[in-house]
Design a protein around this ligand. Structure first.
Ligand SMILES: [Zn+2]
Length: 340
């Protein structure tokens, strides 16, 4: 089969041939239709320090996918051949306290497809049947291929009650923009999204009903005044990993505000903890998706009018993957594995 492989310990990915995976008794084989390119894949392409430490070579990359089941292991129940699906790319153990308590997303033994294990940038993917998420007919393969990052957005946004709240999102990458759409769908009053990149903010305004703010040009306090946000934002969703953005967020929060953190700072970053303490702010780190409650919620919201389709800015056949990776600067890219 064709697969996008980290074949060498240097910059790039290579479209090569690999054997179709053998499946075990509890696995399914999925024929991949569409995959999403993730920021994680860019790190692996660039072969930065994180990637060097984390990713074995050679490895089939990719973890955002939609496809259909073409083979079932002998123990697999409740799934069918031909069933359209996406799936959770975090492979978990079943022995930890967290897993045995049903908090699968907190399992410390988690391994990621396309990062630690063979991934989804291929014509076929082996996946434990436990990880399969069937797709209803009304969810397209394009959307199915971005449920992983939408799940990050949903997990972050739904960490706190948003009904009637004023929400500040720092970082207008694809996940920040999708989180904005989710926050509106979930009943937030105002959703403000900040960035320093005008193209991203323009995309945010197209995809979601939000107030985009370019913090290099506009003072966030003026925007708050215009929106009649009297005492500060109730909920913050930090999506940038940028220390300046986090500082601005803490400053703009109400007393007793709540902040969910998904953005990853590049290293240690100085934080004015006294502001956080005196403002009585709650901080929550977010990792992955709640397995499988986030998947349930996001599919239900997509069935109930949540529309994030505008976030997909580019589509390429897999042979043009290099163009796809280059286009990641300006939006979200989906690769098609069925056209040649
Ligand atoms: Zn991803």
């Amino acid at each position: 089969m064709k697969a996008l492989i980290k074949a060498h310990g240097r910059e790039g990915l290579w479209l090569q041939t690999a054997p179709v995976p053998d499946i075990g008794p509890d696995d399914v084989l999925i024929r991949i239709n569409k995959t999403g390119i993730c920021g994680t894949d860019i790190h692996i392409w660039n072969w930065d320090d994180w990637a060097k430490k984390t990713v074995p070579v050679p490895l089939i990359t990719g973890h955002e996918f939609a496809g259909e089941i073409v083979e079932l292991g002998r123990n697999v129940e409740g799934l069918n051949l031909g069933q359209r699906c996406s799936g959770e790319g975090h492979l978990i153990g079943k022995q930890s306290r967290q897993s045995r308590a049903g908090k699968f997303h907190l399992d410390p033994e988690t391994r990621g497809i396309g990062v630690n294990e063979q991934g989804a940038f291929a014509e076929y993917l082996r996946l434990p049947s436990f990880n399969v998420v069937p797709l209803p007919d009304e969810i397209s393969d394009d959307i199915g291929a971005i449920l992983d990052p939408l799940g990050n957005a949903v997990h972050t946004a739904l960490s706190f009650d948003l009904v009637g709240e004023d929400v500040l999102i720092t970082g207008a990458g694809p996940i920040g923009i999708m989180a904005a759409a989710v926050a509106r769908h979930a009943g937030a009053r105002n959703v403000v999204i900040t960035d320093i990149n005008q193209d991203r903010l323009d995309l945010a305004a197209k995809v979601a009903d939000v107030t985009p703010v370019n913090v290099t040009k506009t003072d966030l306090a003026d925007v708050q005044a215009r929106l009649k946000i009297m005492q500060g934002f109730d909920v913050g969703l930090e999506m940038s990993g940028n220390q300046v953005a986090l500082d601005q967020m803490v400053e703009a929060m109400v007393m007793g505000g709540r902040i969910a953190l998904l953005g990853i700072p590049p290293g240690k970053s100085p934080v004015d903890w006294s502001r956080i303490v005196f403002k009585a702010i709650t901080l929550k780190g977010i990792y992955g998706r709640e397995i499988f409650e986030t998947w349930y919620k996001m599919i239900a919201m997509l069935q109930n009018g949540l529309d994030v389709s505008g976030i997909i800015t580019h589509r390429f056949a897999v042979k043009d993957y290099a163009e796809g990776f280059a286009a990641m600067k300006s939006g979200k890219v989906v690769l098609d594995w069925r056209t040649t």
